[in-house]
Design a binder for this molecule. Structure first.
Ligand SMILES: [Zn+2]
Length: 78
């Protein structure tokens, strides 16, 4: 499935960041949701709003969810 591009470039960048960290996008709800690598169990999920009132804040919210995820494999810790 091809992910639709978000209309806000801040949010789009945050989604790309999440994807680069192994999160997966699924189209559902208002626009979609991002799931971390452990989404099949009790992993993290972050809703992505298609028309956020404040795109900058929403982008930050997404980035924070990615940072907070305790399931991430350690990457690039060199
Ligand atoms: Zn997680």
């Amino acid at each position: 499935m091809v992910r639709p591009t978000h209309t806000s470039k801040e949010v789009e960048a945050a989604i790309c960041h999440a994807e680069s960290m192994g999160w997966r996008f699924r189209k559902m709800g208002h626009w979609g949701r991002l799931f971390c690598e452990h989404a099949d169990r009790d992993g993290c999920a972050q809703q992505v709003n298609g028309t956020p009132r404040n795109a900058e804040n929403h982008a930050k919210q997404i980035r924070r969810a990615v940072e907070r995820c305790p399931h991430q494999r350690e990457r690039g810790q060199t």
